[in-house]
Design a protein around this ligand. Structure first.
Ligand SMILES: C[S@@+](CC[C@H](N)C(=O)[O-])C[C@H]1O[C@@H](n2cnc3c(N)ncnc32)[C@H](O)[C@@H]1O
Length: 232
């Protein structure tokens, strides 16, 4: 058995076919990839809340295989995706990279943000369906480093966060392991209340608000998004 932590998104994608992009990042319902309507809802939400425009340079942290990044990068003139899964970054480079303006980098996101490439360039940032997989120290550090090292970052979208207030409803009729909600290495990662997330954002110097997906979104019943801004 492999005892190394945080292996899921390094090993699982290899069990999917190379073009099963949503299966590789577990964007599935009952094992089947979600419909295009669901992907469209995600893209619409991120584009609207980040106010993406052709002047923007987008940093996608924990970009996975680049399938979602590529849909967002259509709205920007430049973008970089960063992920620590060698296999997913190889898929991103094979199917979605379009250098020099759309590139993908293999690196841990906290390490990247400690010593970023061209940090002045980035005006917007997205981290979709991934923040919950960071350890608490790394989560704090990431928000702090985004504030400290990226002087032109205007808006940040942290999407698909599991809502701790909805944990009991979510696990009704499912097998619940006590404490799983605090484990970044569990299938859903760390659950936070909206208030906890907003307090974390404030402690790192960000203003923030909560965004909720429409009820037609397949995970709307237990997830929310957070938008960080410098405005207000
Ligand atoms: C559920 S996938 C989401 C991928 C992509 N954002 C999307 O929405 O399609 C979670 C991703 O987070 C990445 N990840 C988790 N922790 C990371 C870290 N510390 N540094 C870089 N990538 C990380 C995993 O490799 C995986 O690709």
């Amino acid at each position: 058995m492999n005892k190394e932590k945080f292996r899921f998104y390094k090993d699982h994608p290899k069990t999917c076919s190379p073009d099963d992009f949503w299966g590789q990042v577990k964007r599935t319902v009952n094992g089947a990839p979600v419909s295009q309507d669901q992907i469209d809802l995600i893209v619409e939400a991120v584009v609207a809340e980040l106010e993406l425009s052709p002047e923007d340079s987008l940093l996608d942290l924990c970009c996975g295989n680049g399938a979602l990044s590529s849909l967002l990068l259509k709205y920007c003139h430049y973008g970089l995706g960063v992920d620590f899964s060698e296999y997913l970054i190889s898929i991103a480079n094979r199917y979605f990279a379009n250098p020099p303006n759309q590139t993908y980098l293999l690196q841990d996101v906290v390490e990247f943000c400690e010593n970023p490439i061209t940090p002045h360039r980035f005006t917007k940032m997205v981290c979709y369906g991934s923040f919950a997989y960071l350890e608490q120290d790394s989560a704090n550090k990431l928000l702090f480093l985004l504030k400290k090292n990226f002087p032109n970052l205007k808006r940040v979208f942290i999407g698909n966060c599991p809502d701790k207030e909805l944990l009991t409803d979510f696990y009704h009729g499912r097998l619940y392991t006590p404490g799983v909600e605090n484990d970044p290495d569990s299938p859903i990662g760390v659950w936070r209340t909206q208030k906890e997330f907003q307090e974390l954002a404030i402690s790192c110097g960000w203003k923030s608000y909560i965004h909720k997906m429409p009820s037609s979104y397949y995970a709307a019943h237990y997830r929310y998004d957070v938008v960080l801004t410098n405005e207000g």
